[in-house]
Ligand binder design. Structure first.
Ligand code: ZN
Ligand code: ZN
Length: 426
């Protein structure tokens, strides 16, 4: 027993008892994406390391510390490439968009994805080294309605799942026309307050001053709170864009709160950035984060393409889901044979019923009360009992395990009886 292999640190098995919750969330997402005409895209779990260096930025924690990078195998050393397990999926989607010339198709391209991502981090509740994300990207339009739409898709999704007290926090981080001047203003301000900042923030002041606004260290807060905001420094174009996004959100009744300290760590964000937090007073959790990234496609070698999207961590989301969001197993009936000669009949009946789209399983046999216990454990809706005397007459018993009502049905009528009961919701 002592030398069995276990899953690597930071990874988790999703066992059958949990898989139903995952399927429920994924099914909900698929249904909603279809309603909004988002199409699925599946990209490889590993990509050229270069893609993430260029697409996420060398100065980020992700690229600097958290990537699983390895060399591909080849007998020819000059053909060995540096590959990396994807730490996020926007870069991969953009790579595919450029490589397959999706920009030549009708725009915008409205895409969604889900799958495992990989980051070398210290594991904790809701954070793993292999984790799963769900995300959307709308590529090929800078119209504010898409910024609003991606936010509304997310709030619809989270609301349908039953997440409590959703709040959208919204900001604009400006664009090439107004951010450089703001960056200089902010940098000058921060340089004059270096003594009151943590060591990280002193480094950020020179490398990426906007990220100081993100600092959670209490000592930095007085300086952060008094810092000049991007909001008061936006150009007319950015101001108009933000007003339009807010107008669309208001039109569908999605409440939002302006948060002018909200910045995203990645350099390619332009204009809209947002986070959706869920939870009642005291325990707020960011479940979804995203924004507009008009510069990324060009940065990765494609044509100038405005884009907006978000990503959401599924492990974190599942932790926040109400317990009653777990769906039942959905087994229509468990088939019980009371004697050996009935087993082949039960086997054939199960096969026929499955062919009708019903979810059917065979009981383990043995005493009838044990078989009923099994049906209960499995959450079956009906028990179909193949008794010796009845079967000789060509009939079986169907027992409704909710109402405890039992009736006799001809063997060839089981199909219609169960289908009728399921369709009628009985
Ligand atoms: Zn700080
Ligand atoms: Zn601007």
């Amino acid at each position: 027993m002592s030398n069995h292999v276990t899953a690597p640190k930071g990874t988790k098995d999703i066992l059958p008892a949990d898989a139903g919750r995952w399927q429920h969330v994924e099914a909900m997402a698929r249904e909603l994406f279809k309603a909004y005409r988002y199409q699925e895209i599946r990209t490889p779990v590993f990509e050229s390391t270069d893609l993430f260096q260029r697409g996420i930025g060398e100065n980020t924690d992700i690229v600097g510390k958290e990537m699983y990078t390895f060399e591909s195998k080849s007998d020819d050393p000059t053909k060995r490439l540096s590959l990396t397990l994807r730490p996020e999926n926007t870069a991969g989607v953009v790579r595919a968009y450029i490589q397959h010339k999706l920009f030549a198709q009708p725009l915008p391209q409205k895409l969604w994805y889900t799958g495992p991502m990989f980051r070398y981090e210290r594991p904790q509740a809701g954070r793993q080294r292999q984790f799963h994300q769900l995300g959307v990207e709308v590529l090929g339009s800078d119209d504010a309605r898409w910024d609003a739409e991606v936010i509304v898709v997310a709030t619809d999704f989270l609301a349908r799942l039953g997440l409590p007290a959703l709040e959208v926090q919204l900001n604009s981080v400006g664009d090439d026309a107004c951010r450089p001047a703001y960056r200089d203003t902010l940098q000058a301000y921060l340089r004059s307050h270096q003594d009151a900042l943590c060591e990280n923030c002193r480094t950020r002041t020179e490398k990426n001053p906007l990220r100081v606004l993100d600092c959670k260290v209490p000592a930095c807060q007085p300086v952060v709170q008094a810092a000049p905001t991007i909001t008061e420094n936006l150009c007319d174009g950015c101001r108009g864009h933000q007003a339009a996004v807010e107008g669309y959100l208001t039109a569908v009744g999605v409440a939002f709160k302006r948060n002018d300290r909200l910045v995203r760590g990645l350099d390619y964000y332009t204009r809209t950035v947002f986070e959706i937090v869920s939870g009642d007073l005291g325990a707020q959790n960011t479940v979804c984060a995203g924004g507009r990234y008009n510069g990324l496609v060009e940065e990765l070698g494609g044509p100038s393409t405005p884009a907006v999207g978000w990503g959401l961590g599924l492990e974190r989301l599942l932790m926040l889901l109400p317990a009653d969001a777990t769906p039942a197993t959905g087994l229509t009936a468990l088939i019980m044979a009371t004697h050996g000669a009935a087993e082949p009949v039960a086997f054939r009946l199960a096969h026929d019923l499955r062919g009708q789209g019903l979810a059917i399983d065979l009981a383990n046999g043995g005493k009838l009360d044990k078989q009923f216990k099994q049906a209960e454990r499995l959450g079956a809706r009906y028990a179909v009992i193949l008794g010796e005397d009845e079967l000789a007459k060509g009939v079986v018993s169907i027992k409704d395990l909710t109402t405890r009502e039992q009736r006799s049905v001809p063997l060839d009528g089981v199909k219609d009886a169960l289908k009728g009961a399921v369709a009628g919701g009985k």
